[in-house]
Design a binder for this molecule. Structure first.
Ligand code: SAM
Ligand code: SF4
Length: 334
């Protein structure tokens, strides 16, 4: 069995796996999904054993952090069993961090259990604190449930980062008060530029709010002090002196940080995407289901490393532009 680390053609070491466990979701955020998404048949999804097997293969090749995503990971029926089994790699010291990204609708049920199994912090996506706007954006009126989920996570002792997609036509005015709210509640908050992934009803150009402009606006009222908190990802962090909290900026469009990329993504059907901004992928499910999965998986991972591109190339060209990448974020896992 190969235990060589995963190093791509540009010398970047891959130590972070984002694993999607479902393409389904109980919300329909306008920038992520269309109202009528066709979801994959269940038989196409990796089963629990396959997800565990796959994760172990990555860990064996030097992955130290796994983020479970989706779709909405907490709507998958056997999710807690998966989390529990993956958490054994934390106990053994083979993994530094197991975490997840969630919309928080199911968190009230699961927060305590997640904390007990060794999950220390989670990312929660929330783009508005206004009940009507939340219902409009997600097409479901469940803000109250989400806030209860956040409270449950806080009570369980989970550290929380709120992810906010900055949308020009939707939440621009609300962003400062969301930052104040999150920081008052002891949570970090990260702003994300909307990415042209998959076709949705609205024009991406109308949604797009460059974070450079937003940052300038925030700096008129606040002092943003850069802090050294490099996660190997595209986020850059500051501390807001006036609130004392941490604010992140994920700026794939206005500022590209691909040079330090340390991650790959695997879909719920076992396709490894070496870059969020490219269509190229390699099928790991066939390797997993073959007669010699270890050898086949390691060979597939070696090929994946050779094919990881230097950088993404998406752009929001102008009104009416086609999506840069056809697949929705819910397929690859955010
Ligand atoms: N359902 C979970 C959630 O919402 O946190 C996990 C999956 S969701 C696809 C992961 C993240 O991707 C969320 O923070 C969401 O806001 C973000 N996202 C989805 N589509 C996006 C897009 N086109 N551009 C930027 N971020 C996007
Ligand atoms: Fe669901 Fe998350 Fe996409 Fe919203 S962003 S539709 S919660 S997968």
């Amino acid at each position: 069995m190969s235990s060589q680390s995963l190093t791509d053609g540009f010398g970047r070491q891959i130590t972070y796996l984002r694993l999607s466990v479902t393409d389904r979701c109980d919300l329909r955020c306008g920038y992520c999904m269309s109202e009528n998404m066709s979801f994959l048949p269940k038989r196409d999804l990796l089963n629990l054993e396959e997800l565990e097997h796959l994760s172990a293969a990555f860990i064996n090749r030097g992955v130290r952090k796994i983020r479970i995503s989706g779709g909405e990971p907490l709507v998958r029926r056997d999710i807690m069993k998966l989390m529990g089994n993956l958490s054994k790699h934390l106990d053994s010291g083979d993994l530094d961090e197991l975490t997840l990204t969630t919309n928080a609708t199911q968190l009230s049920r699961y927060a305590g259990e997640l904390k007990a199994m060794g999950v220390g912090r989670i990312n929660i996506s929330l783009d508005t604190l206004d009940d009507d706007k939340f219902a409009q954006l997600t097409r479901r009126r469940v803000l109250k449930t989400v806030l209860e989920g956040i409270e449950a996570a806080q009570n369980a002792g989970l550290k929380i980062k709120i992810n906010v997609v900055a949308l020009a036509d939707f939440n621009r005015d609300e962003i400062p008060s969301m930052i104040e709210w999150a920081h008052k509640e002891g949570m970090d908050l990260t702003l994300i530029e909307v990415m042209p992934l998959g076709e949705v009803e609205e024009d991406r150009f109308d949604q797009y709010l460059p974070l450079t402009a937003l940052r300038d606006e925030l700096e008129q009222d606040w002092t943003l002090e850069p802090i050294d908190k490099n996660t190997g990802g595209p986020a850059r962090y500051v501390r807001v002196r006036e609130t004392g909290g941490v604010l992140g900026f994920i700026t794939p469009l206005t500022n590209n940080f691909c040079a330090g990329c340390n991650r790959v993504r695997v879909t719920c059907t076992g396709q490894i995407y070496m870059c969020l901004g490219h269509m190229d992928c390699i099928d790991l499910r066939t390797a997993l289901r073959g007669s010699d999965p270890e050898t086949a998986l390691n060979a597939a991972l070696d090929i994946a490393m050779l094919r990881k591109p230097e950088r993404h190339t998406f752009d929001i060209a102008g009104p009416g532009a086609m999506p840069a990448v056809e697949r929705h974020m819910s397929v690859t896992g955010g």
